[in-house]
Structures are given as C-alpha cells and as structure tokens.
Design a protein around this ligand. Structure first.
Ligand code: SF4
Length: 236
C-alpha cells in the first residue's frame, strides 16, 4: 500500500503543489477546538466561528465554566451549535480538571495510539479530531480521514471500507515518509473539493485517472470547481 500512497502523493503534488504548512504548529488545545468547529461545515464558516471564540477567549482555557449559551452564540456560524459547544466545553473542563493534559511536551512523549485513545474518550471528540491533533499540531505522520478522504480512497481502490473511521484504521498501518502525510491528506481534500466530488466526479481532469479503479468514472468534459483552497487547520 505504501507504494500506492507514494504514487498518489506524487501525482497530487504535481497537480496541486506542496500544500502550505504553518511554520509554527498550533497548540494542541487550539487545534482540537478548531477541528471540532470544522465538522460538517465549510472552512470559511468554521474559521469565522473560531475567530469569534478567540476574540472573547484569547486564552481558550477560560471557556471552562462559561455559559454554554454564550459559546453557542459565538460559534453559531459553524452550525451544529449545541453539539459543538458541548464538545468544546467537555474538552476544556477535562483539561481544567487535569483529567487530560494538552501540553505539547507531554503529548510528544506519547505514542500515536495513546493520544488517540485518550482524546477519543472525551465526549464529542472522535477519531478525526484526535488524528488532526496528531497531524497538524504534533506533526506526526498520520492521515486524518474525513468524508472526502474516505470517498476518494474507496473510489481509487486504496481501501474498501464502509466508514471514515475504518478507512483511518487501514491507513494508519501505512508508514508515511516524513512530511508526506500532510501533503497526502491536504491534497486529497483539495481533489475532493474540486474534482472528485461526491455526486459527479470530473474524471476527465483528474490527475489520478490512470490509477483510479472507480467503475463509474465520468469522462465527460465538465468544468472543475475553483476556490476552496483555504484549509482552516493550516491557519489556526
Ligand atoms: S478518476 Fe474520477 S473517481 Fe477516480 S479519483 Fe479521479 S475524479 Fe475521483
């Protein structure tokens, strides 16, 4: 599988380039909260919600003990307000009660699996959020799997799975070369937003067409979508 991952990564780099990566990675708590906000919405709205939150809580730990309604109002633009505010409050209160530690030094001493297990035990934090912490904040070679990544990996034939979490399980066995997990993950999402869309993939313009095993390729000359290059988790 690693060979195929390398081929896909290189084809996507040729098309989209090497994705932007922040010089200084965001702090773990910042990344976890930004990822919670990013669920089921676009990056523009989740970024707005994140900025609203930071304006009132420059220190995110201060969210602990605040009124859930206030959090809901601040993040409303990102949708799923109750669910997301509950997840954020559960996380911050677990940190405050020292049930979980988010210091970079401490997390750096743990293995990927240990971190995933610790954070997914918090209500409202799933495998995708915990794996984004690993990739974007701790710079581990791990590829989080959202709906875009799950759909595309199945279409290409790299995995045959029924859910993003199952795809992550398969992908987590891959030993990514240094720096590859970030470009692979980010460029797959770009592909999913612009070319390999859920309803109508524009296969005629896809850089992966020669290796993709999808049986329903659409080879008509359609236009690909522009924009959507802004990635929230690289701008936290
Ligand atoms: S060839 Fe089509 S189905 Fe396959 S990855 Fe590209 S756009 Fe998606």
């Amino acid at each position: 599988m690693i060979k195929n991952v390398q081929i896909i990564d290189s084809l996507l780099r040729e098309r989209f380039g090497i994705p932007y990566k922040q010089e200084i990675p965001p702090e773990p708590l910042e990344m976890l909260i930004a990822t919670i906000l990013s669920q089921n919405t676009n990056d523009k709205n989740s970024h707005k919600a994140y900025l609203n939150l930071r304006k009132v809580f420059p220190d995110l730990n201060d969210i602990n003990g605040s009124n859930p309604r206030e959090i809901e109002e601040l993040i409303r633009v990102a949708g799923l307000t109750k669910q997301k505010s509950m997840a954020i409050i559960s996380l911050v209160s677990a940190v405050s009660a020292e049930e979980i530690q988010v210091s970079r030094n401490y997390l750096n001493s743990l293995k990927d699996d240990e971190i995933l297990q610790k954070f997914t035990s918090i209500k409202g934090i799933g495998l995708k959020t915990a794996s984004c912490l690993l990739l974007f904040s701790l710079r581990r070679e791990v590829c989080p799997v959202d709906t875009h990544v799950h759909r595309i990996l199945n279409r290409i034939g790299l995995v045959k799975t029924s859910s993003p979490d199952k795809s992550f399980e398969v992908l987590s066995k891959v030993k990514f070369d240094k720096g590859t997990a970030h470009s692979f993950h980010t460029n797959i999402i770009r592909l999913g937003r612009s070319i390999c869309k859920p309803q109508k993939p524009v296969c005629s313009q896809c850089p992966l067409i020669d290796i993709c095993k999808y049986s329903e390729k659409d080879l008509s000359e359609s236009t690909i979508s522009r924009g959507g290059d802004f990635m929230l988790l690289d701008h936290v």
